[in-house]
Design a protein around this ligand. Structure first.
Ligand code: GUN
Ligand code: FE
Length: 447
């Protein structure tokens, strides 16, 4: 890839509470990293914008950082928007394990995974942390499709061996088989042709404690320490799941995962609504993070993650779609729902209770904070240098075209207003171009 020079009006988060809106010139190096970011008025801006190879973004476009989906089940894409009539523990057995067991079919997997990765890119998801299935060949297919389409992909071969919970048709025969498969998968992803830059990374993925034997969890913790590969799992998602782990191990999910060596730098715990303050202190101590999945939580969790507290105590956190516990492939939709859920947690929802007894005070988060969670929050969770369009970070960016869909930005809107409108109104309809590490991976307009 050759060097890129772009001038654009940019909206990017600075902290969880603040964003900047400015005219910027970028110099992007051959590796797709931002070498220079110069604001209008600087000498460097003038020099870059005078270059012959400059690409000028139209005045009705706004450039924002790409977003991260910090928790998504790729094989569940065919059932997104259906099958949400059962509680989690039944939903897994009735719908989800039977669907996931079909991914020994390469043709089926190719079709679903290609469609999903394209859809996510069109929705602005430049980075995704995926659960695949237990099947090595097609989980590698997902990694290859991310690479081909240019998405930054963190892909996990799911490990699950507990016969009490997992059906015989969809589980590893024993811990050793799951460990051997995970080890092979790590090597295979790292060796994918074209992946020399590491755009796609393997992830150690125990499904959740109930689906795994102690031997498997311990073995995966040792493998993480040996290889330095990131870990993802579900933790304290619902009353049932949280209680199940307490009864089996005498510990919370977080304590138990830490005991197995699975709570590590950049470990992502999905859902995590029932973590207590001590659990979250361990998450911070280990540099791990939470994936907040507000849509899914409305169906399965039975409670809302207290994101206000999570942000105030500086626990790392990003947003996940949790396809198909959540129905939407859009992180922007989940950002909206994160704001809405926090407001409902604050006010409460039962009109028969008096206002003072209805909710949990001081629980709201702002649109600005949701913008942070979607962009820098997710990137920070994974330890990737992206999410703010700053020098040194990857050029992972979205061109948003004003006037499309419901988006109506006005020239007098300041950064805060723009953030509100962006979070509320960005859809695939107004995301017209997408770049990942400087490579344009979606291009839907001529000008
Ligand atoms: N816990 C274990 N597996 C799953 C899954 O596929 N989705 C959700 N939401 N929770 C899980
Ligand atoms: Fe999930």
């Amino acid at each position: 890839m050759s060097e890129l020079v772009i001038t654009a009006r940019v909206l990017s988060p600075v902290t969880p509470q603040a964003a900047v809106l400015e005219d910027v010139a970028f110099l992007i190096d051959e590796c797709g990293n931002i070498q220079e970011r110069a604001a209008k008025g600087d000498a460097l801006y003038a020099a870059l914008s005078a270059r012959e190879d400059v690409r000028r973004m139209p005045s009705d476009s706004l450039l924002i950082p790409g977003v991260t989906d910090l928790h998504i089940h790729a094989p569940q894409w065919p059932q997104a928007g259906m099958a949400l009539d059962e509680p989690l523990e039944r939903w897994l057995g009735v719908y989800t394990f039977p669907l996931e067991s079909r991914y020994d079919d390469v043709f089926f997997a190719e079709k679903v995974y290609s469609d999903l990765v394209r859809t996510l890119l069109e929705n602005g998801t430049t980075t995704a942390l995926y659960f695949a299935t237990i099947h090595e060949e097609t989980s590698l297919t997902l990694a290859r499709i991310c690479l081909e389409k240019g998405q930054r992909g963190f892909v996990g071969l799911v490990a699950m061996d507990n016969a009490d919970l997992c059906p015989p048709t969809y589980r590893h025969a024993d811990a050793q088989q799951a460990l051997d498969a995970t080890r092979r998968f790590i090597a295979a992803v790292r060796a994918l042709p074209g992946n020399e830059g590491g755009l796609v990374q393997p992830v150690i993925t125990p499904r959740f404690i109930p689906a795994c034997s102690d031997a498997l969890l311990k073995g995966l913790g040792e493998l993480a320490a040996e290889t330095g590969v990131r870990v993802q799992t579900h933790a304290s998602e619902s009353d049932w799941e949280h209680r199940h782990v307490l009864e089996r191990t005498g510990k919370t999910d977080t304590e138990a995962l830490d005991g197995f060596g699975l709570l590590r730098d950049a470990t992502v715990l999905a859902h995590a609504g029932f973590l207590n303050a001590t659990d979250r202190a361990w998450v911070r101590a280990r540099n791990a993070a939470l994936a907040h999945c507000p849509i899914s939580n409305a169906f399965f969790a039975g409670a809302a993650l207290p994101v206000r507290t999570v942000l105030d105590e500086h626990t790392r956190c990003g947003l996940g779609t949790d396809i198909s516990g959540g129905y939407s492939p859009s992180i922007f939709e989940n950002a909206r729902q994160a704001v809405v859920t926090s407001r409902l947690l604050e006010s409460g929802v039962d009109p028969d209770r008096s206002p003072g007894e209805r909710g949990r005070p001081d629980s709201r988060i702002t649109f600005q904070e949701a913008f942070w969670l979607a962009t820098r929050g997710g990137a920070e969770a994974l330890g990737t240098s992206a999410g703010q369009l700053l020098p040194g970070q990857a050029f992972d960016a979205l061109e948003i075209r004003n006037g499309r869909g419901g988006l109506r930005l006005s020239p007098s809107d300041d950064a805060e207003r723009c953030v509100q409108k962006i979070v509320c109104h960005v859809t695939a309809e107004n995301i017209v171009r997408v770049w990942v590490s400087g490579r344009m991976v979606v291009d839907k307009v001529d000008n």
